[in-house]
Design a protein around this ligand. Sequence first.
Ligand code: SF4
Ligand code: SF4
Ligand code: FES
Length: 362
Amino acid sequence: MVTLKLNGKEIQATEGMTVLQAAQNAGVTIPTLCDHPDLEAYGGCRLCVVDIKGWRTPMASCTMPVSEGMDVNTHSPEIEKSRKTILQMLMSDYYDDGYANGQKQETQLMHWVNHYGLDVKTSMSNKPRYQVNSDANPFVWVDLNKCIQCTRCVRACADIQGRFVWNMAERGINTHPVPGIDTDMLDARCESCGACVAYCPTGALDNKMSMGAGVPDKVVLTTCAYCGVGCQLELNVKDNKIIRVTSTEKAPVNGNHLCVKGRYGYDFVHHAERLVKPQVRRYLLEGKKKETNGSAWDWVETDWDTALNITSQKLLKIKNEFGADTIGVLTSAKCLNEENYLMNKFARQVIGTNNIDHCARL
Ligand code: SF4
Ligand code: SF4
Ligand code: FES
């Protein structure tokens, strides 16, 4: 452990920690943008600067390791002025056509802009430099006019998703993220997990399906039903409809990470053609011979007892005529463990076959 002074108070921190981490542990909030606890420190935006006694210039606390006897001031008037200047510089190159049209976005950048009392409309650039919605990815909206070159997308895609889609191109004011060798995201092996969206602090990367959907009335924490991993996700609900799925670093299994299905595969929930009742072919309901065309082949809604009775009669007939091993059972990762256990009993003890498998193995 090392002992240091933070805003005049003596604190202890583990050797190797950054000043930012030591301050967070001591309950002091230092503004950040390019830093994220899940990602390697980068030290690019300079919003987290602090005064350290004996150092000539303010230092980035997210990359500065603690040392014995260090004397740190996180909120001196000079430091607060520096942060405001940094934000003004970032905003001078930022353009949000949505904001210009009255749609406010609650991003991490906007949080600090409001905190330091900057007026968004007068601080931001008066014209876009990049095409809005510049990538063909069906799920990720790209608007580099809002990019502050923090590289969180680059690090999230490389370090968390392991796809290495994003790189930084060009120099100086023209620096911006590009997928692959400046191709588009899908060409650069993007698998649309949305991690870069989740880590982008400005909305430069956003969820395409949610654009223009507005602000949720409530956020419901739930467990993804797609597979057996049990990722937690947040359903952002407005007027009883899911308008967006977000991840949360508080999720014990998956943290901020989700796959494409968990983050973007929610349109089935409110789909007009979603099956909510069992359906049976008409010829089966009417007890006729198998027909594969005409209205006898239509699906007809029925009740569970009727559907299950027809299914059990058919299974019994197949078993009696051709043997139990002509039947196979495929279960689902969307079921509970207990339901999968029951299907195993059903296959082996009721039907009498070992032909049972599970979609999570595919
Ligand atoms: S969606 Fe996922 S795979 Fe695609 S660029 Fe973003 S982080 Fe990488
Ligand atoms: S797109 Fe977002 S995450 Fe990527 S560099 Fe720009 S602001 Fe940062
Ligand atoms: S948060 Fe430390 S430099 Fe960006």
